[in-house]
Design a protein around this ligand. Structure first.
Ligand code: NI
Length: 227
C-alpha cells in the first residue's frame, strides 16, 4: 500500500530547496545505485556527503519528525539521510528493487529498507514523463507524479521504476526508513487503527471507549515492535 502525504514541504521551502539545488554540482546517479540497480539507473544525483545534501536532508528529516501522518504510517526506527536526484533529457530508472540493507555514509550502522520515500520537488507541469510506477501484488501498476512538496511512502518490497523524462527536469529527494514494525500488513493495520482513534477523538472526544481502543493500539504495537 502506497501512501501520498501532501505538503511535507511548504511552497516557500520547495522554492528555497530548488534555488539551492540549481547551484549544486551533480554527479552520475550510478555512484550510489549499488550493483543491483546501476545497470538500469540513468539520472544525476547529489553526492551523499555533499554539504547541501546533508543540509537539505536534515531539513527534510526535521519536517518528517513532526509530521503526524508520516510518523504514524512509517513508525520509523532508523532512516537513511535523504538524497537528491534529477532526471532530464530522456533519463529514467528502469524496473528494479531497492537493496534490502543500506549503509549510512560516515556511520557504522546500516538500515533495513522497509519503506521507500520519494519527496517530489518539481511540479508535474514542469516536466513530461517521470512517473514513479509501482508494481503491486495483484497486478495493479499505479503511477505517481505528485505536486512539489508532496511525498510518496511505499513498501520497499515493491518492484518499481521511473519513466523517462522527455521534457523539463524532475527533481526529487528520496530515502529509506527502517520501521519498528517490519511487516507491511501489521504496520498498515496499526496506521488504520491510529486513524480511527484520531477520528473518534475529533468527533466524540468524551467517548469512554477511546481509552480501550488506545490500549489495543499500544498492546498491538508492543507485540509487533522491534526496538
Ligand atoms: Ni528505487
Amino acid at each position: 500500500m502506497a501512501l501520498i502525504i501532501p505538503e511535507v514541504l511548504s511552497r516557500t521551502q520547495v522554492q528555497r530547496f530548488r534555488e539551492a539545488l540549481d547551484q549544486a554540482d551533480w554527479i552520475d546517479g550510478r555512484a550510489t545505485g549499488g550493483h543491483l540497480s546501476s545497470a538500469v539507473k540513468r539520472n544525476i544525483q547529489l553526492p551523499e556527503d555533499h554539504p547541501l545534501a546533508l543540509q537539505l536532508g536534515d531539513a527534510v528529516l526535521a519536517e518528517l519528525e513532526r509530521h503526524p501522518v508520516f510518523m504514524s504510517a512509517a513508525l520509523p526506527a532508523k532512516m537513511v539521510p535523504p538524497l537528491f536526484n534529477c532526471y532530464a533529457g530522456g533519463q529514467h530508472y528502469g524496473r528494479h528493487i531497492d537493496g534490502a540493507v543500506r549503509p549510512v555514509a560516515g556511520q557504522s550502522h546500516r538500515v533495513r529498507t522497509d519503506l521507500s520515500s520519494t519527496l517530489f520537488l518539481s511540479d508535474p507541469e514542469e516536466y513530461d514523463g517521470g512517473e514513479l510506477v509501482l508494481e503491486e501484488l495483484g497486478g495493479s501498476r499505479p503511477r505517481y507524479k505528485l505536486a512539489a512538496g508532496d511525498l510518496l511512502l511505499y513498501p520497499s518490497t515493491s518492484l518499481h521504476w521511473v519513466e523517462p523524462v522527455t521534457r523539463g527536469a524532475r527533481i526529487a529527494s528520496f530515502f529509506w526508513t527502517q520501521s519498528i514494525v517490519r511487516d507491511n500488513e501489521q504496520r498498515a493495520m496499526l496506521f488504520a487503527l491510529d486513524n480511527t482513534i484520531q477520528q473518534l477523538r475529533r468527533d466524540v472526544p468524551e467517548h469512554s471507549a477511546i481509552v480501550e481502543l488506545t490500549a489495543h493500539y499500544h498492546n498491538l504495537l508492543r507485540l509487533w515492535a522491534d526496538v
